[in-house]
Design a protein around this ligand. Structure first.
Ligand code: ZN
Length: 117
């Protein structure tokens, strides 16, 4: 499954970004953002994450997913706009000479650790 590979990467990056002196503190949430063009289904991602964190330092953590809209920019007239469905044509001048500014990302934004006891 496509999502499982992504989840394993997220867990890897999350694990390596936890500072050495915080390794014993449980992770509560991993905040990620995914672009609507990244072809990732948030539900599947959550499902895979729950399975994949077992027996890792992230066990018990949950995934908080923020979806980023697709932002396009016309190379002809400079107009930029966001879309939900891919229509790659400028809304203003109808040019098809456009750039994708956002919508493909898959990033870890932050990691929430449990409060100190
Ligand atoms: Zn244009």
């Amino acid at each position: 499954m496509h999502e499982m590979g992504i989840v394993l990467q997220i867990i890897d990056v999350a694990k390596s970004s936890i500072p050495e002196n915080m390794k014993n503190i449980p992770v509560e949430k991993v905040h990620i953002q995914i672009g609507k063009l990244s072809a990732v289904v948030p539900d599947s991602l959550n499902f895979c994450f729950d399975i994949a964190v077992k027996d890792t330092p992230l066990e018990g953590a949950s995934l908080a997913i923020k979806e980023v809209p697709v932002t396009l920019k016309c190379s002809n007239c400079g107009k930029s706009w966001t879309i939900d469905t891919p229509v790659f044509k400028c809304q203003k001048c109808k040019s098809t000479n456009i750039e994708i500014l956002s919508g493909r990302e898959l990033d870890i934004i932050s990691i929430e650790m449990a409060q100190d006891p």
